[in-house]
Design a protein around this ligand. Structure first.
Ligand SMILES: [Fe+2]
Ligand SMILES: [Fe+2]
Length: 259
């Protein structure tokens, strides 16, 4: 366990980045919630499964989560090649490991729910808007547009995943809840990386703001409408859904990117 007296936020900025972008930091963060939880959850009995009527909607939701995780897996791995510092490359390597694990545990969860070929179900059920977001993210990565790619992936996608997974975990069956709670802890780190990196860049390069607003206009509604659909599938009342937009806008507002 990390000693709270060793809070990395108390370090000077170069030391802070060295610390929080390291595998050492990652190991200490994940060991508490990943050890002894094969495929993201402690072994639980059949009573922990969702009611039969809820399974179909849950499978569709998990399919869309898999599209988001695959986007982040492929995006983060591609970004290592043009990341602007060694620390950022190492952080992205930890993110690649996290996203691959997320994809693996979500596919495994579908198998536990009786899906014989999860990948075929993803093809059949994935939301078109999210697939378009994934294609555009990977185009930004292929164009080696660091700031736009960090923003699309580590702010837009991660902030929405973070909010939706948290909301879903509160209502899910015990197994899905444990899997999602583990994922959310990782997504918080990924979001922190994006906000920290872009926050520093925006402070020194104000003209970046225009480019990031363009990316926001083009991409955020694609993710927002997918997760709106997801929140409906997991049974969240319409009156409770504004929290998604609110949490997402708070993440964007922290970067000063609200118009
Ligand atoms: Fe993820
Ligand atoms: Fe992530």
């Amino acid at each position: 366990m990390r000693d709270p007296a060793n809070d990395p936020h108390a370090l000077p900025e170069p030391d802070f980045l060295e610390e929080v972008h390291s595998f050492e930091f990652w190991f200490q963060a994940v060991e508490g919630y990943l050890s002894e939880r094969p495929y993201g959850h402690a072994p639980l009995g059949p009573e922990a499964q969702p009611p039969a009527g809820d399974v179909e909607a849950l499978i569709t939701t998990l399919c869309n989560y898999c599209v988001g995780e695959t986007a982040a897996l492929e995006g983060a791995s591609g970004m290592i090649g043009f990341a602007p510092s060694r620390q950022a490359k190492i952080f992205l390597a930890t993110q690649v490991v996290d996203e691959a694990r997320h994809l693996e545990v979500l596919l495994h969860r579908m198998s536990e729910l009786g899906v014989e070929n999860p990948e075929a179900q993803i093809e059949r059920r994935a939301n078109q808007g999210l697939l378009t977001f994934k294609r555009r993210l990977l185009e930004l990565v292929a164009a080696r547009e660091w700031e736009a790619a960090v923003f699309a992936q580590n702010v837009v996608l991660e902030a929405m995943e973070f909010t939706v997974f948290e909301a879903h975990a509160r209502r899910a069956d015990p197994v899905t809840r444990e899997v999602l709670e583990g994922i959310v802890k990782d997504e918080r780190r990924h979001m922190g990386f994006g906000q920290n990196d872009l926050g520093r860049r925006l402070a020194t390069t104000p003209h970046l703001r225009g480019r990031l607003l363009e990316v926001k206009h083009e991409l955020d509604w694609l993710v927002l409408q997918t997760f709106e659909q997801t929140l409906g599938e997991i049974g969240l009342e319409r009156s409770e859904r504004p929290e998604l937009g609110r949490d997402y806008l708070a993440a964007v507002a922290r970067l000063g990117l609200l118009e």
